[in-house]
Design a binder for this molecule. Structure first.
Ligand code: ATP
Ligand code: MG
Length: 347
């Protein structure tokens, strides 16, 4: 394939997520999978560290260094830092060379024009010659292996760090969707609040996230699980440890988990009947890191009365799907944005 020889290796797909950034290099697969964190030296404004190295610095930096997540709820909160992070990853993939002929960038469905222009600009500034945007639910569905090109309804639920996107797709397009600003971080924050209220213990969000991964669940578990968390006692000011059980964690995160379940229910309610019938046959597919929360599949199955499956590699589904479109130009021509009457705006 001559086209592949010319362009292979110089085309990227990027999932710029609130929690993680993944880069897919055409011909090689996933070459970057790092937390979306940048540590900046405040004296010089220079980038001190990016990705995993920067993540380890969150909450642990001296006054002169700031470790920040430049995205919030799936969109850029700090343009300059996002552009620097993208430049760092793109340069790493390019072996120091900056330019890539084409970059397919995954964006949330509910992104505004201003937000869209900001990510495009940041990607161009990082070395892309052309930027093509793909909606995350579409990319996730392709990555999860759903037959989205068919005249058949498929439902994908992508639960990320800062957003949950629920979408019904058919004939390669998003037909009905809903996006809520609730994701894994809201679960972490709920655990922080719970420990503060119940134990009078102040813990950082990274500690809460570790506790969620160790024993969080959305459904009663058959086994007993618990984990230790360390923080500062609100009353004495001293360092203290506490035990958090799976039951505690489930109570703590009940509210944001219900918000995710409600988003799925509401999307099902607005799905046209033929597509709803397809989904009732084929079930719902979960992607994103939040899909790994224990028992979320069972909880959703119990509430919707539908089969619920977790994508094979939920954290990688979006970038894998976007990467697959690099081979299929039909998906990646910059087409005018399509808005069907059934599509719903972000809440
Ligand atoms: N085993 C697990 N159990 C529960 N949650 C998990 C697990 N592993 C990862 N997560 C959560 O998944 C989230 C990250 O998922 P993901 O990488 O899909 O988000 P993102 O794509 O960066 O965010 P967004 O799509 O909202 O911009 C984090 O909140 C993380 O805590
Ligand atoms: Mg995501």
């Amino acid at each position: 394939m001559p086209l592949r020889r010319i362009s292979g290796g110089r085309e990227l797909a990027i999932d710029l997520g609130t929690a993680n950034t993944l880069v897919f290099l055409r011909g090689s697969g996933i070459v970057v999978f790092e937390p979306s964190v940048v540590a900046i030296d405040e004296r010089t404004n220079a980038v001190h560290a990016v990705g995993e190295e920067a993540r380890r610095m969150i909450g642990r930096t001296p006054a002169t260094i700031r470790a920040i997540r430049p995205l919030r709820h799936g969109v850029i909160a700090d343009f300059e830092v996002t552009a620097q992070m993208l430049r760092y990853f793109i340069r790493r993939v390019g072996g120091g060379r900056l330019s890539f002929s084409r970059v397919v960038l995954c964006v949330p469905s509910g992104i505004t024009k201003v937000e869209r222009e900001a990510v495009e600009e940041a990607t161009m500034a990082a070395g892309a010659r052309t930027v093509v945007l793909i909606e995350e639910p579409l990319a996730a569905a392709i990555g999860a292996g759903l037959p989205i090109a068919e005249p058949q309804g498929s439902m994908i639920v992508d639960i990320g760090g800062g957003t949950t996107e629920v979408a019904v797709l058919s004939l390669g397009e998003v037909v009905v969707w809903q996006s809520i600003r609730v994701g894994g971080y809201e679960l972490d924050e709920a655990i922080v609040r719970h420990l503060d209220t119940v134990e009078r213990l102040l813990v950082g969000p990274e500690t809460a996230e570790a506790a969620k991964i160790a024993c969080g669940s959305a459904w009663e578990l058959p086994e007993h699980l618990e984990t230790q968390v360390a923080g500062r006692d609100r009353l004495t000011g001293l360092l203290r440890r506490a035990t958090i059980t799976a039951d505690d964690a489930r109570t703590a995160i009940a509210q944001p988990v219900s918000a995710i379940v409600d988003a799925v229910m509401q999307t099902l309610e607005t799905t046209p009947p033929e597509l709803a019938a397809d989904i009732s046959t084929r079930g719902i597919v979960l992607a994103g890191g939040g899909a790994l929360l224990r028992g979320l599949d069972r909880r959703l199955a119990a509430e919707t009365h539908l089969a619920v499956h977790i994508a094979d590699a939920p954290l990688e589904a979006v970038v894998t799907g976007a990467g697959a479109t690099l081979e299929e130009t039909a998906f990646t021509h910059p087409a005018p944005r399509r808005r069907s009457g059934r599509r719903r705006r972000r809440h």
